[in-house]
Design a binder for this molecule. Structure first.
Ligand code: ADP
Length: 426
């Protein structure tokens, strides 16, 4: 059997992770390197891209102690959606990277809101477009050649052509994936169009490994760079979901739903947008509910201890709407919506279960909401996040959703990117 390897690189804010898979999709090696925390000053949150690059190099060094670099055939990178950097014509950063949660650009966000369609991914002060409008005004912008997203810059450093991005990373920069173009309204907010990258679908071949990495790491000179995606889409791909009706629920601090659909779904009212992936669209929405509510009442140790004592067959009948505070986005778009977590039973296990039942109902309502906007109702729900391994919750959710609910086997974004890298050569 061939020993070819395909690498997925997940570049995040807290570190970088690389996963090497073989042709069968089996993990052959992995490495992780942490990053120092970003610089914060009020709403400004920045990181030096050179730190990303140092982390990648260290992660390669570690990985290639485990697997042979000479077996690498292709690499794809995913990055944090909304983290951007302005570069010159050689690809050197002109400013620190503005991170996904940098929210200093309120004036720019107002301008965008006046011109963008209501469902645009570029709305809000943390959008990549708001960041571009701000960066354009800095003196360094005189030398600027491109705005790049985190994943684009890493792919470039690895050998991809400068100035290329993918459809998913560009959604928050204002790209219209439906028409597959940078729309006209961008001119009305004053974007310097020449700074916008050329956009390709995730999985497109975008270059060959830089010869310096052939020398340093012994990666073969013919190894290909493949366009990646955002971290959350890579995590969706990692689960193996990919047919219309396949859904992935992320049960982390918040509850996030995504379902594969044959057509895009957008709704400004519900904060729903869709990422293009091949011939499908991943339509999703996120509630303010989620595991964060459990952690307001219980420690992780208490959750672990109580989980085996849950009784999923015996529904508590308590009709909770668990929220960490007032305000909901999806499936109920109401900034004043009140949490319902009363009456609280004396017994903690019943209280825990009632919160799980409440979140399960919000999940079902969310998928029904996506369905009413044109997405298929899920035929299978895979689950990721800290709540995915609670077997009683899987049962409660299966009962509420009336479709099979399973914990996803693979959930890491780096694994999803490795699948993209492999698929591009098949
Ligand atoms: P984040 O979104 O912060 O990355 P994680 O995916 O790490 O979150 O998941 C953490 C969440 O998982 C916590 O908010 C916690 O409430 C939830 N969680 C942990 N253990 C359980 C459990 N046994 N049952 C239900 N939820 C759990």
């Amino acid at each position: 059997m061939s020993s070819d390897l395909f690498l997925g690189i997940d570049m995040g804010t807290s570190g970088c992770r690389i996963i090497a898979i073989n042709e069968m999709g089996e993990i052959r090696g992995r490495s992780h390197v942490s990053l120092p925390p970003p610089q914060r000053q009020g709403r400004a949150i920045e990181q030096d891209p050179e730190q990303w690059w140092q982390a990648i190099k260290q992660a390669f060094t570690n990985l290639f102690q485990e697997v042979p670099a000479k077996a690498v055939r292709s690499l794809a990178v995913d990055g944090t959606s909304g983290t951007v950097v302005l570069v010159d014509k050689k690809g050197s950063p002109l400013t620190p990277a503005l991170l996904y949660n940098d929210s200093r650009n309120h004036a720019e966000a107002h301008l965008i809101a006046e011109q963008a369609p209501p469902h645009s991914g570029a709305l809000g002060p943390t959008s990549s477009l708001a960041k571009l409008l701000y960066l354009q005004t800095r003196p360094e912008a005189l030398q600027a050649a491109y705005l790049l997203h985190q994943a684009d810059w890493i792919a470039f450093r690895l050998g991809a052509k400068l100035g290329i991005s993918d459809e998913n990373n560009c959604l928050k920069t204002g790209y219209d994936s439906n028409q597959q173009e940078w729309p006209d309204w961008l001119d009305r907010v004053g974007v310097r169009r020449e700074l916008l990258p050329t956009v390709v679908p995730p999985g497109t071949l975008i270059g060959t490994i830089d010869p310096s990495h052939t020398e340093t790491f012994q990666i073969p000179p013919q190894a290909k760079l493949v366009a990646g995606t955002t971290d959350s889409i890579a995590a969706f791909i990692a689960t193996g979901a990919g047919k219309p009706g396949d859904a992935v629920t992320s049960l982390g601090s918040t509850l996030a739903l995504k379902v594969a659909s044959e057509r895009p779904i957008f709704s400004a009212k519900y904060g729903i947008y869709s990422h293009r992936l091949g011939r499908l669209w991943l339509a999703g929405g996120a509630s303010n509910s989620g595991g964060i509510v459990l952690r307001q009442y219980f420690t992780q140790a208490q959750l672990d201890e109580m989980t085996p004592h849950l009784q999923p067959q015996q529904i508590t009948g308590l009709n909770y709407y668990p929220l960490p505070a007032q305000g909901e986005r999806f499936p109920v778009p109401d900034p004043h919506y009140s949490p319902c977590l009363a009456p609280r039973p004396r017994d903690d296990i019943t209280f825990f279960q009632a919160i799980l039942e409440g979140i399960a109902r919000i999940e079902a309502q969310g998928y029904r909401q996506l369905q009413s906007l044109g997405a298929p109702f899920p035929s299978l729900v895979k689950t990721t996040g800290g709540g995915a391994h609670n077997p009683a919750w899987l049962q409660i959710r299966e009962h509420t959703l009336r479709v099979p609910v399973i914990a996803a086997h693979e959930t890491e974004a780096a694994y999803g990117s490795a699948l993209l890298a492999r698929q591009a050569l098949s």
